[in-house]
Design a binder for this molecule. Structure first.
Ligand SMILES: [Zn+2]
Length: 644
């Protein structure tokens, strides 16, 4: 009390504390988003992220313990976490922890967090107005609570001290288990919340990656909500997804050339060649209409739908474990143009044609927030038989040209005790490929480098192309897993005679890799390539077993391919083991030499730049008369060593 006998406002507050506002009411009133760290700077508003409203209500709901949010890259996930964190600091005084995937991402996040603090006086008041008081890695004592900022493998995250609220970022990148234990890092963090069990909160946000990773598991084990939005024209409620195979002409529809092929990426990027069509009445949603429709959206758990006029069909059961997926079309048109999404989509489709799934996986992960469903793949010999074409290895060996379309040659060698398996491959536009020859070369004990000499004639042999020029192999790979030292010696000796020194020792890596291959320097001249077996075998499988019509991404086999080669090409299958897909032999000890050589061939094709080869003109008819058989080319003939 002061001298006048009247109460000051803050004294009044102590006697009668105001009720805690809901987050949805509070955030637009008090929270300021920092200028330098977000495009949505200024007072917070749900207008640009209407999907976030319900998620904020879940965070305040006393029944809800955990929220898992999967979302596209750079869209609102971090913002959602920041809003929750600010609200928690303001109104929920419990020990609070933010756990990032690694130290580097924590350092990056600190920039945004510091900016958030600096923009909001109520946050600055918690650290005595000095941003330097915000600690990384160890606890910061705020006025009302203890705040810990850590990364998942840090000592701070692995500690045991109790926490009430935990924010977990980019969970898909977290290790499945805590070091030296079988426990998942999320279970460890849950254990730390025991003290606060009746009021604890855990918020997990992530982009989607693979089926079976932590983010996917958390999403699937909760109530799996999707965002339902009405059409402004026919009020049909649906989930705004990018596309549905079953309903062509609905959702995102892209312009194409008259013959059905895609326009250029540049055209998709620069002009409007994509529109969103209502899957019921077909009306095109303008950006404005989509923005307005999104404002009316509602989250519904799996199994519950919204019928006409938004009538909810099914029972929405209360759940302590909520999960939600933000898809790219839910991102406000002001924040991301549908045009940009169409570029990513078409890029993925083009890559798929050549047997690469990377682009589509990227689109599903980063636009539709869907994990990649890596399924098992079987290798049925019946499917291979249709790949036999009308050319014969035996005829090419006696001087006939290789099939039309081949622009580069690679040779793959597999080493055994006293013999080699070799594979000659031809490559063309968009990874259409031809097995030219498979065979066996007998030799002496391969522990001795001299035993490799019988390979030399094969390595320097030129091949007659269909247009009458001669091609030397652009790359020769040789497996160095079995006889590392003699193989390396032989590679050193042969480098000068192979185009660009592409005489390459290769090794299928046992570890999981993110890249297609890794270079390992053996010495100053020689480099070994460690191959991503999963990716390359997946690609080979698509060339051989999935592609069923000649053209991009299709592998042709010669009519006289030996039976053992067919059997070897079918020797492995893909299964899912300990959550991850792996290629394994169908039967222990079954020969897989041609299969191994063939996936090395896919690597060699990537290395020599087959992806950048231009299309060839149509095969001229009638065919040019084949050149007379020769053992070796005459020197005056043009030798083409490479497609350039
Ligand atoms: Zn409609």
């Amino acid at each position: 009390m002061n001298h006048s006998g009247r109460l000051l406002p803050e004294e009044l507050e102590i006697l009668d504390p105001p009720p805690v506002p809901s987050m949805v009411d509070w955030a637009p009133r008090e929270l300021i988003l920092p200028k330098k760290e977000t495009r949505l700077s200024g007072p917070f508003s749900f207008e640009w992220a209407p999907w976030m409203r319900d998620l904020c209500n879940w965070f305040c709901d006393p029944l809800v313990r955990e929220i898992t949010l999967l979302g596209p890259l750079q869209f609102g996930k971090t913002l959602f976490m920041s809003v929750c964190l600010a609200y928690a600091i303001r109104f929920m005084p419990m020990p609070t922890m933010l756990v990032m995937a690694d130290r580097q991402s924590l350092n990056k996040r600190m920039k945004r967090l510091r900016a958030l603090f600096e923009a909001n006086p109520f946050l600055m008041a918690q650290i005595d107005g000095d941003i330097r008081n915000l600690n990384v890695g160890e606890a910061t004592e705020l006025k009302d609570l203890l705040l810990v900022l850590a990364w998942v493998t840090s000592e701070t995250a692995l500690a045991e001290s109790p926490e009430g609220i935990e924010f977990c970022d980019e969970v898909a990148l977290w290790p499945m288990t805590v070091q030296n234990s079988e426990m998942s890092p999320l279970d460890h963090l849950r254990g730390r919340q025991e003290t606060y069990a009746p009021v604890r909160k855990m918020v997990k946000v992530s982009s989607a990656r693979e089926t079976g990773d932590l983010a996917d598991e958390e999403y699937e084990s909760a109530d799996r909500c999707e965002f339902w939005v009405p059409c402004h024209k026919c009020s049909y409620w649906h989930i705004p997804r990018w596309h549905d195979k079953e309903q062509p002409g609905s959702y995102a529809v892209l312009d194409r050339e008259k013959d059905g092929s895609w326009l250029s990426l540049k055209e998709y990027a620069s002009e409007d060649h994509v529109r969103y069509h209502c899957p019921s009445c077909g009306v095109v949603w303008s950006d404005y209409a989509r923005g307005a429709n999104l404002q009316k959206g509602i989250w519904l758990p799996a199994g519950v739908t919204a019928g006409r006029a938004g009538k909810i069909e099914g029972v929405v059961k209360p759940s302590a474990y909520k999960s939600a997926r933000v898809r790219c079309l839910m991102v406000h048109p002001k924040l991301r143009a549908i045009r940009k999404m169409s570029v990513d989509w078409v890029r993925g489709q083009l890559m798929l044609k050549t047997g690469q799934i990377g682009g589509l996986k990227n689109f599903l992960n980063n636009q539709e927030a869907q994990p990649w469903r890596d399924t098992t793949a079987d290798t049925d010999a019946q499917k291979l038989l249709t790949h036999r074409a009308d050319y014969r290895s035996a005829e090419i060996a006696t001087g006939k040209p290789v099939p039309w379309g081949i622009q580069g040659i690679t040779i793959q060698i597999d080493v055994h005790d006293n013999w080699f398996r070799y594979l000659v491959m031809g490559w063309g536009w968009q990874y259409e490929s031809w097995v030219i020859e498979v065979g066996q070369i007998e030799t002496t004990d391969t522990r001795e480098v001299e035993s490799f000499e019988p390979l030399r004639p094969l390595i320097v042999k030129p091949w007659l192309s269909a247009d009458g020029t001669w091609m030397l192999p652009s790359a020769v790979t040789i497996d160095c897993g079995y006889r590392p030292e003699p193989v390396k010696d032989f590679c050193r000796a042969c480098r000068p005679v192979v185009y660009r020194g592409n005489m390459i020792p290769v090794l299928g890596a046992a570890r999981r890799m993110n890249r297609t291959y890794a270079k390992v320097a053996v010495d100053v001249v020689l480099t070994r390539y460690d191959l991503n077996t999963l990716e390359l075998k997946d690609r080979l499988w698509r060339h051989l077993f999935e592609a069923q019509t000649p053209g991009p991404g299709y592998m042709h086999l010669p009519a006289d391919l030996p039976g053992y080669a067919i059997s070897e090409l079918c020797s492995e299958q893909k299964i899912v083991k300990a959550r991850y897909p792996v290629w394994v032999q169908k039967k222990e000890g079954r020969d897989n030499h041609t299969w191994d050589a063939a996936y090395h061939g896919v690597f060699a094709a990537v290395l020599i730049g087959v992806g950048t080869m231009p299309p060839l003109p149509q095969e001229p008819t009638p065919k040019p008369a084949p050149a007379p058989p020769t053992a070796a080319p005459a020197t005056q003939r043009k030798i083409r060593t490479h497609y350039d």
